[in-house]
Design a protein around this ligand. Structure first.
Ligand SMILES: *Cc1c(COP(=O)(O)O)cnc(C)c1O
Length: 411
């Protein structure tokens, strides 16, 4: 399909940009910059609405809805009026800083259709607060989460027909922030663009869970203390593809990212990891790595911790956010104490693990850590229950403060 092209203020008018910079240089008082204002939203509808694809033909991240949401920002004026326009290409000068220095961060969230046909976002303020933090880390603008959620909600309402009706399906939203300043100078971008595109997606496991095999990786490091692994920056992801390809060549679906000589267990691929075991004190424990700056603060992770604290502690489980090592996992497996392990993220919600290959660490020997799975099943009972608790809240079966209703014009 031929797409029209969007011209950006900051990017395509270098003369204006130069003038603005000069004004900025001698303004003594900090200017009162405009915040994101959802009441200023301008909507330009497409004149060529697309046919809906058959739900079963959807491939993750390949088809997009008819429109996109954009909000431009400049250092002089702050946020411009939000706009919903036809989905279209961006026009950016080749010198734009996003291409050279990685001024890019993003989010992944979903809109779900309830049984009665309503639309819900799941904890969208968490995603917007996280994007605002990611953005600030790379000298791009922060913003008010409420205002941005309001804009996104209006965008989703406009794209209502693209939110699939079948349970397990959803509309994946990709909010993104990029630096749009046209300069090769390394510095804080004077202009930025926030945009959201949306893609209808099917269930991660169309025919039930499929437990994955992981390779424990220590020759590559995903995140480190003082680094940016706790932010959703574009630059964190490209370097993880080669290690994944190498693991795939050896027959593993994902990397289990270890850190340090101790072999701390951090994350799996682009998901947080949960381990269930009977700990050395003989107590059932569900454990995940703590938010020490090397762990992405997953919305799924946070939700699972809250659900575990609400429901599993009553059954004698201990819920822990603390450091643990791959050696502790291997010992637990050897001693029959390892119960389950699963990744956690928006795309799959939970992704059960069956096996972890580990080189044994410094001076150690290669080991296969086998995570038990019930006879004939691809997920353990905790993973299955958590998946169900999450779905009930995402699809609005259960009223929950996590579920954010999208106001539809028809209702
Ligand atoms: C996005 C992401 C997650 C999961 O976050 P959710 O908010 O649960 O989707 C976990 N780890 C990394 C590295 C991520 O990029």
């Amino acid at each position: 399909m031929l797409r029209p092209t969007m011209f950006l203020r900051g990017a395509s008018r270098p003369l204006m940009a130069a003038r603005s910079t000069a004004i900025r240089a001698y303004s003594v008082q900090a200017p009162q910059l405009a915040g994101v204002d959802p009441s200023k939203l301008v909507i330009q509808r497409t004149s060529t609405p697309s046919e809906l694809m058959k739900e079963e033909d959807l491939v993750f991240g390949r088809t997009f809805t008819d429109h996109m949401l954009s909000v431009e920002w400049t250092a002089n004026d702050g946020w411009a009026a939000p706009r919903i326009t036809p989905y279209q290409n961006l026009s950016l000068d080749p010198a734009t800083c996003v291409f050279h220095y990685g001024f890019s961060c993003f989010e992944g969230m979903k809109a779900y259709r309830t049984a009665s046909g309503k639309i819900r976002l799941f904890r969208p303020h968490k995603n917007m607060a996280r994007l605002s933090n990611s953005s600030a880390r790379i000298a791009l603008p922060g913003f008010d989460s409420d205002a941005m959620v309001d804009c996104i909600s209006k965008f989703v309402a406009l794209e209502e027909k693209f939110v699939p009706k079948t349970r397990g399906y959803s509309l994946y939203l990709r909010p993104t922030m990029i630096g749009t300043q046209r300069t090769l100078g390394v510095g804080p971008p004077g202009s930025a663009l926030f945009f959201v595109i949306a893609s209808p997606v099917g269930p991660y496991y169309p025919s039930g869970f499929k437990a994955v095999s992981l390779e424990a990786t220590s020759n590559y490091v995903r995140a480190w203390p003082g680094g940016t692994g706790d932010k959703k920056l574009g630059g964190n992801y490209a370097p993880c593809i080669l290690p994944q390809q190498e693991a795939a060549k050896r027959g593993f679906q994902q990397n289990l990212w270890l850190f340090g000589e101790e072999g701390y267990v951090t994350e799996v691929g682009t998901m947080n990891l949960f381990t269930c075991w009977v700990n050395k004190e003989g107590v059932k424990e569900i454990i995940t790595a703590p938010l020490d700056g090397t762990i992405l603060e997953g919305v799924t992770r946070d939700s699972i911790l809250a659900l575990a604290r609400e429901f599993l502690t009553k059954e004698g489980w201990q819920v822990s956010e603390r450091k643990y090592t791959i050696k502790e996992m291997a010992d637990a497996a050897d001693e029959g104490r390892l119960l389950e392990a699963f990744g956690a993220g928006t795309a799959a919600v939970v992704s059960p693990v069956r096996r972890i290959a580990w080189d044994g660490g410094v001076g150690g020997t290669q080991k296969d850590i086998m995570v038990p799975l019930p006879e004939g099943k691809e997920a353990g009972p905790i993973a299955e229950r958590i998946w169900k608790w999450m779905a009930e809240r995402q699809y609005g079966d259960i009223e929950s403060e996590w579920s954010y209703p999208v106001k539809l014009s028809s209702s």
